[in-house]
Design a protein around this ligand. Structure first.
Ligand SMILES: Cc1cc2nc3c(=O)[nH]c(=O)nc-3n(C[C@H](O)[C@H](O)[C@H](O)COP(=O)(O)OP(=O)(O)OC[C@H]3O[C@@H](n4cnc5c(N)ncnc54)[C@H](O)[C@@H]3O)c2cc1C
Length: 432
């Protein structure tokens, strides 16, 4: 798609918006005639919604509300933890969305929805009118699920590193400077959480690094679950590469049934206590807390329990048909919470909005998820899933094909290459 000219931008957003250089810092600047699609969150779901809305419709006005000037992708952040990639690789900005797709980006927090007036109130006080509101602010973490843990500790010496950013670097540095023979404790949460294989991928990458830099170190995964995706593939990898099941195992996995669920953190002694009453000391402690919908979603009455219920045909909220919730905050079972899914949900929503604007039928939504994960640079795995709308607002019907440890070892190599390429192309798909 070509870059928008100044004239085309003015047509979409109005003269005043261009004049301020802010492209519509005030909604008064917008032309009144075309529909205004406002998006909360410029992460995977939100940015994909903006781009694909524009590809479907060159006339609508599109505004993203996002507090950060840049977005850091989580896919690829386990590579940063293990120190074989950098956050810079994963960081993108909003310039292409602004210039090529004429998306107005306002750097602020969305705070409150006025459902009656169809407007959004921002933290700095601006009020933005919307015709359709797409909400994709990602998840929040339940820090208090582990006694003694908190957001402040996650931002300090006990990183969760489940939003890529400074915590990713803290965790990386802690692993690098761990004493010889030290222990890494990883607490893996109950379902659902973003990127189901990622705790096990992280543990594997850390083990691969320590094998060379700190060969007597150990990694203990304390799990609040009894199973996880790619379980058999990871077990096979840990046995073959890290001595799982032997006295010298570099990596161990403790499921919930064996007391893996972590209940308490003691920061002074650097210990975790588990449901079975065991207390374990970690030189590095990585607690991945359980999740819930982002605070914007919870504060605006869009949730039932932890997540936002949606009408499955178009992801409109059960609370208001002009508000759509996608990405990690949505209650979209059986879909996993992944970026791949968030971006495809965005495509369903934008098609539904376009159908409504043009008086057409939206068709039967069909969503795919091609989840790729790695155990090592040459040891990849995939699950290819499809989700078909089952009609009458029932849950989507799922079918899938998944890697298993008995397949031809060459496939692991191919899948690792697929995983690396997928990350690159996915970033491009959303942000360029
Ligand atoms: C370690 C790790 C590895 C992963 N690997 C993969 C992978 O390989 N493949 C895959 O598909 N997925 C992967 N994921 C999952 C993927 O990152 C998420 O599922 C995806 O980012 C969800 O998109 P989202 O739009 O819901 O949230 P996000 O991408 O987190 O975007 C949310 C945005 O909303 C903004 N926001 C929050 N509150 C507000 C507010 N009040 N107002 C305005 N903006 C707000 C935030 O600043 C953020 O930019 C991984 C996740 C992790 C943690």
């Amino acid at each position: 798609m070509k870059t928008m000219t100044r004239r085309e931008l003015i047509k979409l957003f109005g003269n005043a918006a261009i004049g301020t250089g802010l492209l519509g810092a005030s909604n008064l600047a917008f032309a009144k005639q075309s529909a205004h699609i406002v998006i909360v969150g410029g992460g995977v779901g939100g940015a994909a919604a903006a781009k694909y809305m524009r590809l479907l419709n060159s006339d609508v006005r599109i505004t993203i509300i996002e507090p950060q000037p840049q977005y850091i992708f989580c896919p690829g952040s386990n590579e940063v933890v293990a120190d074989f990639d950098t956050l810079e690789t994963l960081t993108v900005d909003y310039n292409t969305l602004k210039s090529r797709y004429a998306v107005n980006v306002i750097q602020d927090y969305a705070q409150e929805i006025d459902y009656t007036g169809k407007s959004l109130i921002l933290a700095k006080g601006d009020v933005i009118h919307y015709d359709k509101l797409i909400v994709s602010p990602g998840p929040d973490f339940k820090y208090n699920a582990v006694e003694g843990y908190s957001k402040e500790l996650a931002e300090g010496d006990f990183p969760a590193a489940w939003h890529a950013g400074p915590q990713t670097l803290t965790l990386r540095d802690q692993i690098k400077s761990m004493p010889q023979g030290g222990t890494v404790l990883i607490s893996s949460p109950v379902d659902p959480y973003r990127c189901p294989p990622a705790p096990y991928e992280r543990a594997s990458f850390i083990a691969n690094k320590l094998k060379h830099t700190n060969p007597t170190a150990k990694i203990l995964i304390l799990d609040s679950k009894d199973d996880f995706i790619f379980h058999d593939v990871y077990m096979d990898f840990w046995k073959k590469e890290h001595g799982l099941g032997t006295d010298n195992a570099r990596i161990e996995w403790v499921p919930a049934k064996n007391g893996g669920h972590v209940t308490k953190l003691d920061t002074n002694n650097r210990t975790l206590t588990t449901a079975s009453g065991q207390t374990l000391r970690g030189d590095v402690i990585n607690i991945i807390p359980p999740e819930m919908a982002g605070s914007f979603v919870r504060m605006n009455g869009l949730v039932k329990g932890d997540w936002a219920p949606i009408n499955s045909k178009d992801f409109s909220s059960k609370r208001d048909k002009d508000v759509y919730v996608i990405g990690d905050s949505a209650a979209a079972d059986p879909m996993p919470k992944t970026g791949y899914i968030a971006s495809n949900q965005a495509k369903v929503v934008t098609k539904a909005i376009q159908a409504e604007l043009t008086g057409k039928e939206i068709g039967t939504p069909f969503i795919t998820n091609n989840c790729v994960a790695m155990a090592a640079e040459d040891w990849g795995m995939t699950v290819a899933e499809t989700f078909r709308y089952a009609g009458n607002d029932r849950a989507y019907e799922e079918s899938y094909v998944m890697s298993n440890p008995t397949e031809n070892p060459y496939h692991r190599h191919i899948r690792a290459e697929v995983a690396k390429n997928w990350q690159r192309t996915f970033r491009k798909d959303i942000f360029s």
